[in-house]
Design a protein around this ligand. Structure first.
Ligand SMILES: NC(=O)c1ccc[n+]([C@@H]2O[C@H](COP(=O)([O-])OP(=O)(O)OC[C@H]3O[C@@H](n4cnc5c(N)ncnc54)[C@H](O)[C@@H]3O)[C@@H](O)[C@H]2O)c1
Ligand SMILES: O=P(O)(O)OC[C@H](O)CO
Length: 331
């Protein structure tokens, strides 16, 4: 069996490589920083992200993308959404002609408003059936610690979705297949925006009623956009929809929720980014999702207000007032 390449040695790339290794796959992680790659090779741990987590012996690392990708039948993409296109331009020459490309990203590209699988198809110049999206309630620190979790491997080619499902099945990870790529990707991208709103609400000392409302109405606007783009509405009731939304909003591990809490305490986006350190996709994606919704004449009031708070300096209290005083309507 050929090895799996995991491109990106951040929080999720590292935890996902551990899952693959525990499922019996030989894994090569590509890290941008040679120090991180050397740390993984020499200590069997990612010194920057999970210094206390021992990676399986089958997992190694390199800072040479060509070496990581050559011969891999599965190539896992685990970089920030906004850098993916540029990264793929560099990696494309090394891809095997039948490799399955797995997207772990939960974002929408700024400017183009494209989903990550669309970016992969374009930038790697591969047909849509070669892309599988993995998305679900998958907080990396829990998974790195071996806590049980489930996820979705979504692809239009069931054979490839099943290939990925098999490659990540372990006693602590239970993956389901799904053919709704659009629904899986939108659930993952929009939940980050709603988690920002949830974090803001938490920091403002708002009660459980309104936080439950944010989750429920957040899912409603996610599904509205999804249906307009051809997703199956039922996908939003599944792991990559409601599951991920609830997991992210509730978890102190969530970078998006934490980022929102900092904004809700009055920090600027720059201060919150410096404190969180890692990728909080919703901060940039809220702009792209808002634009995508407007293009498709879909109302996304929570996303609109998160964008105003993140990028237009709006006061969260004013944003809440706007949401609460919208024209009343049927559910
Ligand atoms: N962490 C999680 O729990 C989790 C779970 C599911 C999905 N995701 C998604 O996975 C994706 C990656 O997130 P993460 O948690 O690994 O983020 P992270 O911030 O922990 O890691 C990002 C990695 O990308 C690298 N990177 C940054 N800029 C780069 C560039 N220009 N080119 C190449 N590499 C670059 C960083 O060095 C780092 O290794 C995001 O879309 C996120 O939403 C994360
Ligand atoms: O830490 P976050 O907010 O990026 O969320 C991580 C995962 O997407 C949860 O499924």
């Amino acid at each position: 069996m050929s090895h799996v390449a995991v491109l990106g040695a951040g929080s999720w790339g590292t935890a996902f490589a551990k899952v693959l290794g525990d499922a019996g796959r030989d894994v090569t992680i590509w890290s941008r920083r040679e120090t991180v790659a050397a740390g993984i090779r020499e200590t069997g741990r990612n010194p920057h992200y999970f210094p206390d987590v021992r990676l399986p012996e089958r997992v190694t690392a390199t800072a040479d993308a060509g070496k990581a990708i050559a011969g891999a039948e599965i190539v896992v993409l685990a970089v920030p959404s906004q850098t993916l296109r540029g990264n793929l331009a560099d990696w494309r020459p090394f891809l095997e002609s039948d490799a399955t490309l797995v997207s772990l990203m939960k974002g929408i590209e700024l400017g183009t408003t494209k989903r990550m699988s669309e970016v992969v198809i374009e930038a790697a110049n591969v047909p849509a059936d070669r892309v599988v999206v993995v998305s679900g309630p998958n907080l990396a620190p829990e998974i790195a610690a071996g806590q049980p979790a489930a996820t979705v491997a979504a692809g239009i080619d069931l054979r490839r979705a099943t290939l990925v499902q098999d490659a990540i099945t372990t006693p602590y990870m239970r993956p389901y297949t799904n053919d709704d790529v659009v629904g899986a990707e939108l659930g993952g991208a929009v939940k980050n925006v709603i988690a920002l709103a949830y974090g803001i609400a938490e920091a403002m000392g708002l009660g459980d009623n309104i936080k439950a409302t944010l989750i429920t109405r957040g899912l409603a606007e996610t599904a509205r956009l999804g249906v307009a783009l051809g997703a199956d509405p039922l996908t939003f009731a599944g792991l990559s929809g409601l599951g991920d939304l609830v997991g992210t909003c509730h978890s102190p591990y969530s970078r998006n929720r934490t980022f929102g809490e900092r904004l809700g305490r009055g920090e600027t986006v720059e201060q919150a980014q410096a404190a969180v350190g890692q990728t909080a996709e919703g901060v940039k994606s809220c702009l792209a999702i808002r634009d995508l919704a407007r293009k498709n004449n879909v109302e996304m009031p929570i996303t609109e207000q998160v964008e105003r708070v993140c990028h237009e300096g709006a006061d969260p209290r004013e944003a809440l007032t706007i949401l609460m005083t919208r024209t009343t309507k049927a559910e």
